[in-house]
Write a protein that binds this ligand. Structure first.
Ligand code: DLL
Length: 428
């Protein structure tokens, strides 16, 4: 399959490292001058930007965390005045305060180029019809892919906010060849097609580029079999740029990280020590070309490992293993990112419940189902049924309002849930 940018994607490691160091030094100087958070961080660590003389020195710089970003909202982490910023997007703050991120014109160009690489690694060409079924808006997924696909010259269908039946109709009528969405949604499409008796042979679809949430090899097989396509994984996060950070090639053996724009490190989340290739730990990313919103040693919360061996596709860029877990309590349900601590907070606010609950995510069907079992205070549980119904409805209403999809709430007897915050997954 074609490689979008051979100059960078096939760069020899010593040349790549030289480029990374030069770009790192430049970005450190910029953030030291323009972002008080970074100036304080480096001053407190007694590091001057010029002390970073090699890539190994990067590990001397303290980490940046999501909390730092939340404390500096909305524009405290920007390295340029707002008049230089041409776009604002944000993290998917479904259950947590979203983080606003900004892009200069150059940032948008880089981002577009990086997503074009993801698309080309999946075999997409100008002859393809790309259906983008992500939500257009503050979420980076849709616009990121939209620009990338247009850069390649493909025909883009901006297809958000349509239900599965209508998405399938668009796919059939407009002759879609490439699907871009979450794995959850792709699986849902398979299910709906099966129910409608539509055979994959009726669709000219050949590739799905899926990301924004963890998914397993079993799910990949189901999607590939159900749609008669190749399904590839791609990874990114708004704080770093959005999609375009890393993507699988046709080898399906790890996701190539765009190292000419981002320096990856893996750390032990407990000791914070940098780990060698092959060891699983938290991914830490430093952006080395971003102008508006540079991130230095950002702790992503995503658990993965790195492999620097050259891939059989020819790309020299390091590969990260697929992400299956996070360091925090974020869970992914129906393509939505939910922090279980936020569920906890809502339950704490509803009178008549005990602080014991259990989340059960049923992943056996196409769309994940969430059931929340909540212990009821002893003085209420044996009370009248009407009161219990009202309590159950109130919890359900508040949780559904926060998450944006329907869930099931079960009220259970006091002392029947032993563990605090026990999440059980009924997985594939
Ligand atoms: O999800 C960006 C994106 C859009 C990536 C479209 C790929 C495709 P956020 O909403 O900020 O950005 O969420 C970022 O989602 O830290 C991971 O926990 C998770 N995530 C993203 N891609 C993957 C993936 C976008 N391929 C957070 N596998 C990240 C597992 C993923 N988790």
């Amino acid at each position: 399959m074609a490689i979008r940018n051979k100059n960078y994607e096939l760069l020899q490691r010593d040349a790549l490292q030289q480029l990374q160091l030069e770009r790192l030094q430049a970005v450190l100087n910029r953030v030291y001058l323009n972002v008080s958070f970074y100036r304080n961080l480096l001053d407190e660590a007694e590091i001057a930007p010029e002390d970073i003389a090699s890539l190994d020195d990067l590990s001397r710089i303290p980490f940046t965390t999501k909390e730092s970003l939340l404390q500096n909202q909305p524009y405290g982490m920007f390295a340029l005045p707002l008049r230089e910023v041409v776009r604002l997007q944000s993290t998917s703050g479904t259950t947590r305060e979203p983080v606003v991120v900004g892009y200069t014109k150059n940032d948008v160009e880089h981002w577009t180029e990086l997503v074009a690489r993801v698309l080309m690694a999946g075999g997409v060409t100008k002859d393809d019809v790309v259906q983008i079924s992500f939500d257009y808006g503050l979420f980076t997924g849709a616009l990121g892919f939209h620009y990338g696909a247009e850069l390649i010259g493909a025909t883009v269908i901006p297809c958000s906010r349509l239900n599965a039946e209508k998405q399938i109709a668009v796919m059939r009528n407009y002759r879609t060849t490439v699907l871009v969405c979450t794995p959850t949604f792709a699986l849902h499409l398979v299910d709906v097609m099966n129910r409608q008796g539509i055979s994959p042979a009726e669709l000219p679809l050949s590739v799905a580029l899926l990301g924004s949430e963890p998914w397993s090899e079993t799910v990949r097989e189901e999607i590939e079999d159900g749609l008669h396509i190749t399904a590839l994984d791609n990874y990114g996060l708004s704080e770093i740029i959005g999609p375009g950070v890393a993507a699988e090639c046709e080898e399906k053996n790890g996701l190539h990280i765009a190292e000419d724009h981002f320096i990856p490190e893996i750390i032990d989340p407990e000791t914070e020590q940098v780990l060698p290739d092959g060891e699983m730990g938290e991914l830490v990313l430093t952006t080395i070309t971003k102008e508006a919103f540079p991130m230095i040693r950002y702790r992503t919360g995503d658990l993965t490992s790195l492999d620097h061996s050259v891939c059989s596709c020819g790309r020299t860029l390091v590969r990260m293993s697929r992400i299956t877990r996070r360091t925090d309590d974020m869970i992914f349900i129906q393509g939505v990112k939910v922090l279980s601590s936020q569920i906890e907070q809502i339950l704490a606010e509803v009178e008549g419940t005990e602080p014991h609950y259990r989340l059960n995510v049923d992943r056996s069907g196409a769309l994940d189902k969430l059931e929340v079992s909540v212990e009821v205070s002893s003085n209420i549980f044996f009370d009248e049924v009407k009161k219990l119904n009202a309590l159950q409805k109130e919890i359900q209403r508040r949780l559904e309002e926060m998450m944006g999809f329907s869930i099931r709430v079960r009220l259970v007897e006091p002392m029947s849930i032993q563990k605090w915050k026990d999440t059980s997954e009924n997985n594939h």
